[in-house]
Unconditional design. Sequence first.
Length: 180
Amino acid sequence: MLSTFFMQEGKTISELFINEQIRDKEVRVIGENGEQLGIMSIREAMQLAEEAGVDLVKIAPTAKPPVCKIVDYGKFKYEQTRKEKEAKKKQRVIEIKEIRLSPNIDSNDLNTKINAARKFLTKGDRVKITLRFRGREMAHMASSKHILDDFAQALSDISTVEKAPKVEGRSMTMFLTEKR
């Protein structure tokens, strides 16, 4: 029998074996205060847990031998959900923001795009700068590379070039990330 518990969103936190559900012959046991009690038979470990008035929880099933901890299961479950919520709070999804340019962009328009990129970079997002070519502009792709170089140079104080300008079909792309 496998014991499973869930968070509100319905995502499984962990699947743990407790007490009689543990079917291994030998286990490594950790006491209530985190001290190593050594490798012993499952009967001895169950006896220790019973004497302490708490549960025996298998916390590392893939280890050789499996690791079990003598702990109050309800309290252990609560601590684990709290830790996972804390970890989730600290996570931040890095988005990729795209800025599109054309080869015949004016300097004022370029400055506006640079300011937008600066705002995205300070928020911690990655910025993809795309220089799109249409029609006859395709013949002069190499001479337009300086626009992306100037863009990167203007933002060099707060960003680094993650991927250098590269031609992909009808466009040239470059990625910038915030300096660490």
